[in-house]
Design a protein around this ligand. Structure first.
Ligand SMILES: C[S@@+](CC[C@H](N)C(=O)[O-])C[C@H]1O[C@@H](n2cnc3c(N)ncnc32)[C@H](O)[C@@H]1O
Length: 281
């Protein structure tokens, strides 16, 4: 099925099956296209530095529990900006209304691009430079990483990049008006290997939060080097009924700048898996 070009990149094919994964589900390479790995998405493993060798357990029920907000709700309360961070004009602290107002002033009706867990902001900087019409918003639980990303943006001249500190499941609804985001990225999320941390993984709550922010036809880019986690996230997001899966996603994925983690993975020859979802009308 093809969507009209008003909501989808022209010519892309989507899978509108509700819920589950199609049988031709493949990350990183498409068996139907000659079985060749995509450039930059090698399936060969090289010894060393390959965290994806660790076993990912798909916890369920009580072992998983409801999706947890990282650090708890109290984590959003940081009234006093630590001295080092006061220099960052584009840092948003949810408990500081002045920083939220500053963001809204710059927003001024422009489209938003969001990245959940943007780390040091390599990809978001590139996206911000290529989208001067948009405001690019990184959501990050690491305050130091917010600072690193803002420093990088300053150096690169990306004045449309903002960083919001805190769990994206709380900061997105605070900052992004429903349907105002053109695109979203969730790239190399922490797998939270241990059972005691597994409730922090991204599931339906993250999926709904991002879907509410996206406009109809807006694109969600997903990548991970932990294949079963990517499968889990995609299944949880599709189960919300708010997304369709793009099946001929190669061009979209190939056009993405690399994240810091992906640079390291690529250098180590570690395979990367990707998927693209579209916000349903
Ligand atoms: C493995 S790192 C990947 C960073 C970056 N995307 C990259 O590929 O280089 C995952 C990042 O997500 C952040 N993070 C984890 N859960 C988050 C959440 N619920 N909301 C916002 N950030 C989160 C972590 O602090 C960390 O910086």
């Amino acid at each position: 099925m093809r969507l009209s070009s008003s909501v989808t990149p022209p010519g892309y094919v989507i899978d509108s099956q509700p819920g589950g994964l199609a049988s031709n589900w493949a990350f990183g390479w498409h068996p139907g296209r000659g079985g060749q790995p995509r450039k930059g998405f090698g399936v060969e493993r090289i010894e060393g530095g390959n965290v994806s060798e660790r076993q990912f357990h798909a916890f369920e029920g009580e072992d998983l529990g409801p999706e947890a907000i990282i650090g708890g709700e109290g984590r959003l309360v940081l009234d006093k900006i630590p001295e080092y961070f006061q220099r960052f004009e584009r840092l948003i602290l949810p408990s500081r209304p002045d920083t939220v107002q500053n963001f809204r002033k710059h927003l001024d009706g422009r489209p938003v691009v969001v990245e959940v867990g943007s780390g040091r902001g390599r990809l978001l900087c590139e996206v911000a430079l290529s989208r001067p019409d948009a405001v690019c918003l990184g959501l990050e639980t690491g305050l130091g990483l917010c600072g690193d990303a803002l420093k990088r943006a300053e150096k690169k001249g990306a004045s449309n990049l903002f960083m919001a500190w805190g769990d994206a499941r709380r900061t997105i609804p605070m900052l992004v008006d429903p349907g105002s985001a053109d695109a979203a990225y969730l790239l190399f999320p922490d797998p939270w290997w241990k059972k005691k941390h597994a409730s922090r993984r991204h599931g339906a709550l993250t999926g709904i939060t991002i879907a509410n922010a996206l406009r109809s036809g807006g694109i969600l880019h997903l990548k991970s080097d932990v294949e079963p986690y990517l499968h889990e996230i995609v299944a949880a997001f599709l189960s919300t009924g708010m997304y369709d899966r793009l099946t001929d996603d190669e061009a979209v994925i190939a056009a993405m700048p690399l994240t810091d983690r992906e640079v390291r993975l690529t250098a180590a020859g570690t395979p990367v898996f990707a998927a693209v979802l579209l916000r349903r009308a």
